[in-house]
Design a protein around this ligand. Structure first.
Ligand SMILES: Nc1ncnc2c1ncn2[C@@H]1O[C@H](COP(=O)(O)OP(=O)(O)OP(=O)(O)O)[C@@H](O)[C@H]1O
Ligand SMILES: Nc1nc2c(ncn2[C@@H]2O[C@H](COP(=O)(O)O)[C@@H](O)[C@H]2O)c(=O)[nH]1
Length: 210
């Protein structure tokens, strides 16, 4: 009885579990994250990563990413300011401790959109997220979606497709992801994502209404 009460208290104090969205570039992670943030205002918060890549048209510094130089990013990593960092398609990306803390401070479910190297690194921390893998229906469809997005040079596109093939093998490792969602029809994929996160969503809704 006491132990049950104690473990509930500890889990309430820890706040909601974060959610990691991973999967190949172009699989639909940011599309799905944006839908969660839009539908559940005051429930989810986005961990704004740092990157050395250039902003795409329409992206905002501090909202989509913190855009920094390699020197600034490396210096922050060396100072221990990052939970994890990785080089993806020739650019540096990383999750700062401050970005996650800013979301946690508001008692929101923190969404991390990170690559497979980031997943491996987060697994060595005490963040305890729900790991969701967003899978494209096929590599052919992934390539079409990436090309249609018109954000990548041919070189970047090829690097991303190569990484996608590796990712799609790794994601089969037992226990690495809590759920794999095939993003074929967007509405179906989004419904599955919400279902996977319902416990955490209800936890925050309860806190907000009390
Ligand atoms: N279910 C879907 N059906 C058709 N197009 C989709 C679907 N989901 C996402 N898209 C489109 O595919 C493209 C890639 O999606 P998105 O940018 O969300 O991928 P991502 O996984 O966040 O990629 P990255 O890792 O490069 O940031 C976008 O143009 C998006 O509008
Ligand atoms: N390990 C990390 N990966 C990250 C982070 N932020 C984004 N990403 C991943 O990078 C690729 C490419 O993103 P894009 O915006 O250039 O298309 C994608 O797979 C993201 O998930 C991070 O902080 N750490």
């Amino acid at each position: 009885m006491f132990m049950r009460y104690f473990s509930r208290l500890v889990s309430a104090m820890a706040g909601p579990r974060p959610v990691v969205l991973s999967g190949p570039s172009g699989a639909g992670k940011s599309t799905l994250a944006k839908k969660l943030l839009e539908e559940y205002k005051g429930i989810f918060g986005f961990s704004v990563s740092h990157t050395t890549r250039n902003p795409r048209s329409g992206e905002e510094n501090g909202k989509d990413y913190h855009y920094v130089t390699r020197e600034v990013m490396q210096d922050s990593i060396d100072k221990g300011e990052f939970i994890e960092s990785a080089v993806f398609s020739g650019n540096m990306y990383g999750t700062s401790k401050a970005s996650v803390q800013a979301v946690k401070d508001k008692n929101l479910i923190c969404i991390l959109d990170i690559d497979m190297q980031g997943v491996r690194a987060v697994k060595t921390t005490d963040l305890n997220p729900i790991y969701v893998y967003i899978q494209p229906p096929s590599l052919t469809i992934l390539e079409k979606r990436l090309r249609d997005r018109k954000t990548e040079s041919e070189e970047s596109l090829q690097k991303r497709l190569e990484a996608a093939q590796v990712d799609m093998e790794i994601c089969k490792e037992p226990g690495i992801f809590d759920i794999i969602i095939v993003n074929d029809d967007l509405d179906n994929a989004y419904a599955k994502l919400k279902q996977a996160l319902i416990e955490e969503i209800e936890k925050v809704q309860k806190i907000n209404s009390s």
